[in-house]
Design a protein around this ligand. Structure first.
Ligand code: ADP
Ligand code: GLC
Length: 533
């Protein structure tokens, strides 16, 4: 079925004969002592993902899959990332890419696996023109409709991941496979069907998207009827690729400890809380880090004036450029901004409902993003009422996101649920004060400016709960009051900029999860429970 026109050795990838790989696997699989913090592991990981920065990004998933490999390197973990060959990806890999092998019939499609490097990333790109070479984004067409064959596009990605895990590439076999969200969750289902026992970690970045498709598609995914069972793919009579992943992965992580607890409840579990409770012993939360090189106001090429915590007044030049960019009146008063998907999850409708609070107190508002048409329209209508003081732009552009962080005073994130959230972390680094709902990762990355936190000099932002417009309104009021006292505002900014945002600690935790699985020293039930609760 498959030819291998090139082998890994021919293109000069590091390593090695299959014998060496097998020897190394045997060594790493020896049940050694449990993982110790900060330990070096020497391991090879395959990350299977539908997005990876800087090749293709629709949100935080790409930031995480793009930055985690670099963060894992100091722990001796080398990651190769498998990603679909969308046009943007093929364009970036074009010159650097070397075809490794051809699948004649990957779910009926001809596919080429290409190896290449972009920046620090080592990549396998799955080039299937019939599935990926089309206009629009990774998931939707230009009109915002899902690609009708998404089930197949991401089943093919997962199947290719499983083939690699099972050893289709001579000389390159991963010790661990890391899958992300519903798009690659089927990888572990395919692997188990192939009898491939390589450990798999599935990270839930967002439980709201579950890869739910008609059960009749099962044979077209190349999966046997037996996988349509309660303990695998079956989900209210349909297939859920995410559920299949949750049932077959060896460890499940999500992107903050609070979200790990929240998703065990019906309110946040989105229909999968039952499965998650059954698998709670292998579930843990690891908070996301950020790429400290890409998001650094001292070196950021996208902003007119660079600065750091000792030169915060330089933000003024960025503020001025930001107001010009969005066609707002120049002048004093705080700028409250949002860079976000404009969706119900992100609570952007609540921001529209409370805009008057900021504007009537002399502030300005900038909203940049795209998402649900109704919410976009609600924001645009609100901005029309406050011409010169509030701007809403529908769109997506990395440089603009950086400029907003550099020029704003506060970043508003009133999410109804937020697995981790990265925007508030970028805000902290850029000396913006986050105003956030108390949920998921927001609740544990921002320290509310309550009296105790202020006197301990650890406050970094404003949290609100319950998550509704009244809650947001009160939080905006508190932030506006604090802005009126320049010394306390500056203290908030400085404390925020001192926060540890890097991957170091979280990468250590991922390394620990990988290591315990590879060594077969998976956490005992009690240990795992301790991590969740
Ligand atoms: P989510 O992944 O749920 O959308 P995160 O906060 O984890 O939320 O990550 C969002 C990422 O997407 C951040 O890197 C943010 O800067 C980026 N982003 C969101 N909206 C835009 C936009 N309109 N233009 C550019 N980047 C954006
Ligand atoms: C998801 C979540 C977000 C998280 C991101 C990266 O898109 O909505 O909270 O930060 O994934 O893990």
């Amino acid at each position: 079925m498959m030819n291998a026109p090139f082998t890994i050795e021919q293109i000069g990838m590091r390593d090695t004969s299959p014998a060496a790989v097998i020897g190394r696997k045997a060594a790493t699989r020896n049940r050694g002592p449990a993982f110790r913090k900060g330990e070096i592991h020497s391991m090879r990981a395959l990350s299977v993902t539908s997005e990876v920065f800087p090749l293709i990004k629709t949100g935080g998933l790409a930031d995480v899959t793009g930055s985690l490999p670099k963060a894992l390197l100091p722990f001796g973990i080398e990651t190769t990332t498998l990603v679909p060959g969308y046009p943007a990806v093929m364009k970036k890999i074009e010159r650097a890419g070397v075809p490794l092998l051809v699948f004649d019939h990957l779910l009926g499609e001809r596919a080429t696996l290409v190896h290449g490097k972009v920046d620090d990333l080592d990549l396998f790109v799955l080039d299937i023109p019939t599935l990926y070479d089309r206009p629009g984004g990774p998931y939707v067409d230009y009109a915002g409709n899902d690609h009708p064959d998404n089930w197949k596009r991401f089943a093919a990605l997962s199947l290719a991941g499983a083939e690699i895990a099972a050893g289709i590439l001579p000389g390159w076999v991963p010790d661990i496979v890391h899958t992300h969200d519903w798009q690659s969750a089927l990888t572990s289902v395919y692997m188990r069907e192939k009898g491939c026992a390589t450990p798999v970690v599935l990270t839930i970045h967002n439980l709201a998207f579950q890869g739910q498709y008609a059960a009749s598609l099962l044979p077209f995914m190349g999966l046997p009827e037996s996988t349509l069972s309660m303990d695998c793919l079956e989900y209210f009579g349909d297939i859920s690729t995410l559920k299949g992943g949750l049932q077959t992965a060896d460890a499940i992580t999500t992107v903050s400890p609070t979200y790990a607890r929240e998703i065990l409840t019906p309110r946040f579990g989105m229909g999968l809380d039952g499965v998650l409770n059954e698998r709670v012993t292998v579930l843990r939360g690891i908070v996301n880090g950020i790429d400290m090189d890409i998001w650094d106001p001292a070196t950021d090429a996208h902003i007119p004036q660079r600065y750091d915590s000792t030169s915060l007044r330089r933000k003024r030049a960025n503020r001025s450029a930001l107001l010009d960019h969005f066609g707002l009146d120049q002048g004093d008063g705080p700028i409250f901004s949002a860079v976000s998907r404009l969706t119900w999850q992100k609570g952007m409708d609540m921001f529209a409902d409370t805009a008057d609070e900021v504007i009537f107190k002399g502030g300005r508002i900038i909203v940049f993003g795209q998402g649900d048409h109704d919410i976009e329209q609600q924001l645009l209508d609100t901005a029309a009422r406050f011409a010169g003081r509030m701007a809403v732009k529908i769109g997506y552009a990395e440089p603009t996101a950086h400029l907003i962080h550099a020029g704003s005073d506060a970043i508003v994130q009133p999410s109804r649920f937020e697995p981790c959230g990265l925007t508030q972390l970028y805000a902290l680094r850029y000396g913006c004060v986050p105003v956030v709902s108390r949920t998921g990762g927001l609740s544990e990355t921002i320290i509310d400016a309550n009296d105790a936190a202020i006197s301990a000099r650890v406050a970094t932002g404003f949290q609100f709960h319950p998550v509704n417009t009244d809650g947001l309104r009160l939080a905006l009021r508190r932030a506006l009051d604090a802005y009126g006292d320049p010394r306390s505002w500056a203290r908030l900014q400085n404390q925020g900029m001192k926060t540890k945002f890097s991957w170091e600690r979280s990468a250590d935790q991922y390394a620990g999860v990988y290591s315990s699985l590879v060594r077969g020293t998976t956490n005992s039930d009690n240990n795992a429970r301790r991590q969740v609760y």
